[in-house]
Design a protein around this ligand. Structure first.
Ligand SMILES: C[S@@+](CC[C@H](N)C(=O)[O-])C[C@H]1O[C@@H](n2cnc3c(N)ncnc32)[C@H](O)[C@@H]1O
Length: 243
């Protein structure tokens, strides 16, 4: 994707965080610009052309702001040479257990023309509203293994047959880069006032094996420039009934 388009999206998607204060704004700019996840999401084949999103562990709602910026980008200008349409979000539901992150998300996304809901809740017990795309970005390792499995099972049951689950997880088999990545995650949680978290990690291979066991077909998606052994997994329901 062209640098000019990415810069445009970073500017557009981070601007709504300005009123939430310098930390929220700088964090949004840094994350949207520096984390290759966001550019990767706009590559063809990962997200549907249109869809309802459920973002579990949404933090300050950067995914929603990013997709709103993408949808609001005119076809001329920085997106002029793009060979594929940018994904269009129809509705967004974000859940996070940290009230002040949700407050920043609510403030930043308040002007959105789309149906948008943000909730302070524990994703492990929160009801899962209907969605075409469920995202778990850098969050699943905060909950213990049994709760991870139960949540994935509930997501599988709630997704339509053509739905998608996108996970960004650390690859615990990756050694030092993985440890560095988890250190950054812990510092972010600490910086947001959440205390020092206990993490429950798995290798990318064992995440995929678990997802297959729960009735998903999985694929690891390339995320160029991703340091720190972060892995993006696209999981889609298989037709095989759940055991
Ligand atoms: C590293 S941040 C990622 C935020 C967001 N997904 C993103 O990519 O910008 C992890 C988030 O998960 C949230 N979280 C951790 N455990 C959670 C749980 N059980 N239920 C809801 N949110 C949770 C934290 O509060 C934090 O905002």
């Amino acid at each position: 994707m062209k640098a000019a388009l990415l810069q445009h999206l970073v500017d557009q998607a981070s601007a709504p965080y300005r009123p939430a204060g310098p930390w929220a704004w700088h964090f949004a700019r840094g994350k949207l610009k520096g984390d290759p996840l966001f550019a990767a999401l706009l590559e063809p084949g990962l997200l549907p052309e249109t869809g309802r999103y459920l973002d579990l562990g949404c933090g300050q709602g950067l995914l929603a702001s990013w997709l709103l910026a993408a949808a609001g980008t005119p076809p001329q200008g920085p997106a002029a040479d793009l060979a594929h349409p940018l994904p269009r979000m129809l509705a967004y539901h974000g859940v996070d257990m940290q009230a002040h992150s949700v407050a920043h998300a609510s403030q930043a996304l308040a002007g959105s023309p789309l149906p948008l809901q943000l909730e302070v809740d524990d994703m492990c017990t929160a009801p899962l509203p209907p969605a075409d795309v469920v995202t778990l970005f850098d969050v699943l390792h905060y909950v213990p293994p049994a709760a991870q499995e139960m949540l994935l099972r509930r997501i599988r049951a709630s997704l339509p047959h053509d739905g998608r689950l996108l996970l960004r997880v650390g690859d615990a088999a990756a050694g030092l880069p993985h440890h560095l990545s988890r250190l950054v995650d812990s510092l972010v949680v600490l910086g947001h006032g959440g205390g020092w978290p206990r993490l429950h990690c798995r290798s990318a291979a064992s995440w995929c094996a678990l997802l297959r066991e729960l009735g998903f077909a999985t694929g690891i998606r390339p995320m160029p420039g991703a340091g720190f052994a972060n892995t993006l997994i696209l999981a889609r329901p298989t037709r095989t009934p759940l055991s």
